[in-house]
Design a protein around this ligand. Structure first.
Ligand code: ZN
Ligand code: ZN
Length: 284
């Protein structure tokens, strides 16, 4: 499907964001789909949860993004809306900081929702306690400050007053000293600011998730031609090349259309047989 005759060409799409995500999402939608992006100015997206624990996110990442977009549709009476949601955690296998970015498109008239997801170890996500200027400098060095902002507060991560969002060199020391003075335990909780506008690395990952979303928008159902036709499941159980039993490798991909329900299976998408090392029987 090429630019010029796409269903979103010249369509108005609302982007729900308070943190300048239009910088990552807007140009891709405008250049690749010819859509017109309008940014919602008045929806408080922090009500869905914040990284600073001021407001805890209650729903999953996917549901939260979807709810933001749906609120935009309702409030501004748009047919199509975009929203995004990120998460940061330690990767269960590597223990390294990990970022999952998700951008979702809701199309009310077509009754479809499409998600672009991008995962990366490329993040500065970090937090800890500091007690003196040397600790501050050490943290700052690996955080990427000042292009990447930081946050400081007295005592601990759940302290809800005196939160200092630091975006400039000259605010660094005064903020640290203020938080230290306010602290009962004589320590400061410091963290990287993960809000999109305060974190260019995260912004780049949001852009990658947007590219994934656009790939899915380009993908049409072979039966009804609705957009957003996509992989919904990877089924394990590829036959072992040695003993013939089912292994933990992928046997087939399942694609499904949200609109007409058409289902397609692509068998052996990653090869015909599994090497012995992936077999429960040959390599228990
Ligand atoms: Zn279909
Ligand atoms: Zn085997």
């Amino acid at each position: 499907m090429c630019f010029g005759n796409h269903i979103y060409t010249n369509k108005n799409i609302l982007l729900v964001t308070q943190h300048r995500k239009e910088k990552a999402i807007g140009p891709l939608f405008e250049n690749e789909l010819g859509a017109k992006i309008t940014v919602s100015q008045t929806i408080d997206t922090d009500q869905f949860g914040t990284f600073t624990k001021i407001k805890k996110r209650k729903k999953s990442q996917r549901i939260t993004a979807k709810n933001k977009a749906k609120l935009g549709i309702k409030k501004y009476n748009y047919d199509i809306a975009l929203a995004s949601e990120g998460s940061f955690f330690k990767h269960p296998l590597t223990g390294l900081a990990w970022n999952v970015e998700l951008v979702c498109l809701i199309d009310r008239k077509r009754k479809i929702e499409i998600y672009g997801i991008y995962e990366s170890a490329d993040t500065n996500a970090d937090s800890g306690y500091i007690f003196d200027q040397a600790g501050l400098e050490k943290f700052i060095e690996k955080s990427g400050f000042p292009s990447h902002h930081i946050i400081m507060r007295p005592d601990h991560s759940k302290y809800k007053k005196n939160i200092h969002y630091v975006n400039r060199e000259e605010l660094l020391l005064p903020s640290f000293e203020y938080c230290l003075n306010q602290s009962r335990k004589k320590r400061v909780f410091i963290e990287t600011d993960m809000r999109a506008h305060a974190n260019p690395t995260r912004m780049k990952n949001i852009q990658k998730a947007t590219e994934k979303l656009i790939e899915k928008i380009h993908c049409q159902c072979p039966q009804c031609h609705m957009i957003g036709y996509s992989l919904i499941e990877k089924v394990k159980g590829l036959q072992c090349g040695s003993c013939g039993q089912a292994s933990e490798l992928i046997l087939k991909y399942i694609y499904k259309c949200q609109h007409c329900g058409y289902v397609e299976e692509k068998i052996y998408p990653e090869g015909r047989y599994a090497p012995m090392m992936y077999c429960y029987h040959c390599n228990p």
